[in-house]
Design a protein. Structure first.
Length: 89
């Protein structure tokens, strides 16, 4: 995919942080979901780079539903200072 779509994804997530990855991808590449071969290529690229995007085409259908299969969220440890840096004049 092109840098234009990558920028569009980043801008969408910045403007709408409550949207998840799937909703953002559907918004940005939604038009391409009507071309099954192109969508297969896009999904393959995302999967090769560790983004578990899955497409499921309905029978006889235009368009596909996109889903992301990820692990359950885990609570992170509270932040702590591990080291400090200072600049020397």
């Amino acid at each position: 995919y092109s840098a234009r779509e990558c920028v569009a994804i980043a801008k969408h997530l910045e403007r709408f942080p409550e949207d998840g990855l799937v909703e953002t991808l559907e918004n940005v590449i939604g038009f391409d979901s009507y071309d099954p071969q192109l969508l297969d290529v896009i999904v393959g690229v995302f999967q090769r780079h560790g983004i578990p995007l899955v497409s499921s085409r309905g029978r006889g259908g235009a368009g596909r539903a996109l889903t992301v299969a990820v692990a359950e969220p885990e609570r992170l440890l509270d932040p702590f200072v591990s080291e400090e840096w200072t600049a020397k004049p």
